[in-house]
Design a protein around this ligand. Structure first.
Ligand SMILES: Nc1nc2c(c(=O)[nH]1)N[C@H]1C(S)=C(S)[C@@H](COP(=O)(O)O)O[C@H]1N2
Ligand SMILES: [Mo]
Length: 221
């Protein structure tokens, strides 16, 4: 298992990734990511570009919505949990090749939070920031308003644990998984797309599965 993992990691542009230290134990001391495929992970690899990520409990988690909006807001986890939920079941697809079929995600549509905030005319994009202090992502407003883009509270029918970006991560179902920012802490409405962490390092900003990053499969939709 470690052999196969090593090959995959070595071949991947994720070489700079550090296995999420919070997965614990050996992963802490393994910046190469060789322990990224952990027993019981259900096929997921754990990625974090930050060497360590603070924990946010249900009590101290906050999500801010700001930028070009009429009503900036700060959500507690309780407030997010009280909003209408959407469940989406798709394949998770990392651009480096691994895939996890039929993975349920559940959360509040990003469009719901944007509508609540009142997006101003002239706004074009959304910038996502994370409480790891490093990772960022971006979406155009049209992409952000899709019904299958969630501020996710649950993954695989469980509250999202720290390793997978809990308590709250983004979930962008139609795009490669790097768009799904873990440990989500900020949603800023902007006048243009600002490329995210991996996008500044060469990944496509529009990350449609099968139609970006050099993938030439038939369009999925
Ligand atoms: N904050 C943060 N979000 C992130 C990443 C990261 O390093 N930091 N990696 C991205 C990439 S490349 C992938 S494939 C997925 C991995 O999610 P997982 O660790 O839950 O499997 O998270 C995405 N979101
Ligand atoms: Mo990824």
């Amino acid at each position: 298992m470690l052999g196969a993992g090593a090959l995959t990691v070595a071949a991947a542009p994720h070489l700079q990734s550090v296995v999420d230290a919070v997965v614990g134990g050996a992963a802490d001391k393994d910046p190469t990511g060789l322990t990224g495929l952990l027993p019981g992970s259900g096929g997921f690899r754990f990625y974090s570009v930050a060497a360590s990520v603070p924990h946010r409990s249900a009590a101290d988690y906050r999500l801010s919505v700001d930028g070009l909006v009429d009503r900036p807001a700060t959500y507690t986890l309780a407030r997010l949990r009280a909003l209408p939920r959407t469940r989406v079941v798709r394949d998770v697809q990392c651009v480096t090749g691994w895939r996890v079929p039929d993975t349920p995600f559940e959360g509040v549509r990003l469009s719901h939070l944007l509508d609540a905030a009142g997006v101003r005319p002239g706004a074009k994009a959304v910038r996502l920031t994370c409480f790891d202090g490093t990772y960022t992502e971006s979406l155009t407003l049209d992409q952000a308003r899709r019904p299958d883009v969630l501020v996710a509270l649950r993954m695989r029918d469980k509250d999202i644990g720290h390793a997978h970006g809990g308590p709250v991560r983004l979930y962008v179902a139609p795009m490669y998984f790097y768009k799904s920012a873990k440990w989500l802490s900020g949603i800023t409405v902007t006048d243009r797309v600002r490329p995210g962490y991996w996008e500044e390092r060469g990944y496509d900003v529009d990350a449609w599965v099968g139609r970006s990053n050099g993938r030439d499969d038939a369009p999925t939709s």
